[in-house]
Design a protein. Structure first.
Lengths: 230, 230
DNA sequence: CGGCATCCGGGAAGATACTG
DNA sequence: CAGTATCTTCCCGGATGCCG
């Protein structure tokens, strides 16, 4: 009796859309609630279950477990067991999963043109760094060659701009030409909301170290695309 | 009492993800079940309610109504009332909605690399034509300059290849250099499944008119990307 | 034909609590 | 820390019926 209700992880979930189109298959892979945001959180390197959960406010442990299982089964996510002493598990993207990055960037860029998009929301650390890469398309000034560090609570990230392109990864912020310390939201309010760095520092929302002129220029590098006229 | 449960269409649906990231907003716009496929169906020109529904087997009238409402409210879809004698309404994409096309193409291309993707499924007429545009990226042979007509039941489409690029729209197939008549699935089995045109014609699944050599070449132009190794 | 309103059943998501 | 168990709620799909 109970066996009929058994959901066996070895049995692939049935297709949701009977459709050979690649877009429909993309929805089978990433169309579940939260799935795309889980992938986003792994885009700058593997993370632990709790860290993903912490950066995705609103997701339940239950749902995150399920999404990670499905993404692993479909070959987008890879579960890795860390060697001691840092024992535990982390989830990362497969090579193929990682290749969705520019597409997601383009999608994000498209969506910011929505009249309903409000940039004064929360950003996760990863989503902020990714947004720089998305909004830095198609080109940044070629005369910049510098590194930028970000310290958000326990997580820290480094981004570099060179030859008109921008990269980013999780890592040590020390030694960067500019270091921002605060919340992703505070940085976003400077970059996207036009808030002044001085004001943010005055109210204690942000700390800026290093080359201040470079910092002031950094926040102007990522103009949002124009809103769509509807 | 009942008023508390009233869902007023004038009140915007609350954000589902409290997240300023563009990708999260994209999910607010297109993340609902079927939403992306509805947009896909409009990508080659406006369609009527029933025609959308007919090409999305499995969607309920109820859900389609709701998706169209939401997409219209968010500025992706535009509802137009046709003048007599063709009275009735059609749904089309806004300029901004239409601009998601290359992104969706890239997403579809990415998804076909999935080990779980099976091309031997149903295609809607629109999804087939769009798949040609997606798989024809980044380039087609520059020595082709021709038009291709497709007749799928009542709907017919025209596609043209020139200067290494491919375009498509709903329209009259007459006068094209090659005309395919049959089901989208039959054409897909030739283009993506390696089925021979002769065999398909022999079993009555497809009719090919016009330049047969060109038709034979056409079906080789859209190789699927390699499967991802996982 | 082109929808919209309503009720029903199933399943996925959320909240909370609990376990190794 | 990394999940599981349970309960509740909400969304989706199917069917039906109404209306212009």
């Amino acid at each position: 009796m109970e066996l009929e209700n058994l959901t066996d992880s070895r049995i692939a979930r049935p297709r949701r859309y009977e459709d050979g189109c690649g877009m429909a298959h993309a929805l089978d892979l990433l169309g579940d609630r939260w799935a795309l945001l889980v992938v986003r959180e792994l885009m700058l390197g593997p993370k632990r279950f709790s860290d993903i959960r912490a950066d995705l406010p609103g997701i339940s442990a239950n749902t995150l477990t399920q999404r990670l299982e499905e993404l692993e089964r479909s070959g987008v996510v890879l579960r890795q067991t860390l060697p001691p002493p840092a024992s535990g598990q982390v989830y990362g993207l497969t090579e193929w999963g990682y290749q969705s990055k520019p597409i997601m960037g383009a999608l994000a860029r498209w969506a910011t043109r929505s009249p309903g998009h409000d940039v004064a929301q929360n950003f996760s650390p990863v989503s902020l760094l990714l947004s720089f890469q998305a909004m830095g398309q198609p080109g940044l000034p070629k005369d910049i060659d510098a590194t930028f560090g970000f310290r958000f609570g326990r997580e820290s990230y480094v981004s570099w701009i060179r030859d008109g392109a921008i990269g980013a990864e999780r890592g040590d912020a020390s030694g960067a030409d500019v270091i921002f310390t605060g919340t992703p939201r505070a940085v976003a309010s400077a970059v996207y909301g036009g808030a002044s760095l001085h004001a943010l520092e005055a109210e204690g929302a942000l700390k800026v170290e290093g080359d201040r002129a470079l910092a002031s220029r950094f926040v102007t590098l990522f103009p949002l695309p124009e809103k769509a006229v509807v």
